[in-house]
Ligand binder design. Structure first.
Ligand code: FAD
Length: 290
């Protein structure tokens, strides 16, 4: 094995050997998306650790702010974006609040990637229907960008995204780009429009009446507030989609990220290792999952 490969293997082993150890990462860019959510771009400092860091859309990292604590955050960038990861973070409490007070060039800690992501390889060759509500677009954006990078390997791609108000629409610029492409079918809706809004008004489930689905060749991916899942799944089922082709990403309070502490139990499974992405067939059989 050449020396680079040996070093990378060692870094990979180091990454997995002590999953409690946070790796230093530098904040390389900060973009305010709304008054609560900010997009942070991070770069792991150690070259070999960075090269060994591979993830799937739907996985998450534990972000640590030294002296404050850790929080699980989904990776928003696509796995194909090498060297950097993006996290879309809502200022919700201690850790995320401290992260929002950091500046470009500051150092944070990263552990992971953890969990089971979306079945990207299995989805290839199929249509994909992605449905997000609010901050739920964070993990789905990784999947959308990944599909975008290998667009020819997928059939029809439909994105339905619902927000409370126009100011709360995340990734508005990127949505503008997708909206102008003819190989993405994008529908946005808000609960409370203002005078600037020219999209749909109402719940994200209302958008289903405009969507044609071939259930035999479509995969669904859903992420949003807990109340949304039941209704979105019902719409997908009404379109004839089988439960095992519908994927849902669950948020549960979690700590370790790798199935040791038991904080994120969902039925007999742990959201951190068996999820956070489950197919609906699995979710139906998990107590209190939906
Ligand atoms: C797999 C996964 C992926 C996630 N991805 C993202 C993401 O991409 N972006 C993002 O912004 N967030 C994401 N989250 C949510 C994020 O991890 C939480 O909001 C986390 O609590 C933030 O940490 P904090 O220290 O900033 O907030 P905390 O201080 O933990 O407070 C957050 C909120 O929870 C309340 N709270 C605190 N402790 C408890 C408790 N024991 N029981 C009930 N409520 C409590 C607080 O009052 C506050 O309203 C994700 C969570 C999971 C599990």
């Amino acid at each position: 094995m050449n020396p680079t490969a040996v070093r990378r293997l060692a870094a990979y082993e180091q990454l997995s050997a002590n999953p409690y150890r946070p790796w230093p990462a530098r904040i390389t860019s900060i973009t305010e998306l709304t008054d609560k959510e900010t997009l942070f771009e991070l770069r792991l400092i150690d070259d070999d650790v960075r090269d060994a860091f591979k993830f799937e859309s739907g996985q998450f990292v534990e972000v640590s702010i030294f002296g404050v604590g850790e929080a699980p955050i989904s990776i928003s960038s696509a796995p194909s974006k090498q060297g950097f990861i993006e996290l879309c973070v809502r200022n919700a409490g201690d850790v995320t609040g401290a992260l929002h007070s950091r500046q470009c060039g500051d150092i944070v800690g990263l552990r992971g990637p953890f969990g089971r992501g979306f079945p990207f390889e299995e989805m290839k060759g199929n249509d994909v229907l992605l449905v997000a509500g609010g901050l739920g677009i964070a993990p789905l954006k990784s999947l959308i960008n990944h599909i975008h990078d290998t667009r020819h390997e997928f059939g029809k791609v439909t994105i339905l995204y619902g927000s409370r108000s126009p100011e709360e629409v995340l990734f508005a610029r990127q949505f503008d780009m997708w909206r102008h492409r003819d190989d993405f079918d994008l529908h946005l809706t808000v609960d409370q429009p203002d005078e600037t809004w020219d999209g749909d008004v109402g719940l994200v489930t209302n958008l289903f009446e405009r969507v044609d689905v071939d259930p035999a060749k479509t995969f669904g991916a859903i992420c949003g507030p807990p109340v949304m899942y039941k209704y979105v799944v019902a719409e997908m089922r009404a379109k004839g989609m089988e439960a095992d082709r519908i994927y849902v990403s669950f948020e549960r309070r979690m700590k370790c990220g790798f199935g040791k502490c038991g904080h994120c139990g969902v039925g007999h499974q742990y959201a951190c290792i068996d999820g956070p992405v489950f197919n609906y067939w699995e979710a139906m059989n998990l107590q209190e999952a939906m």
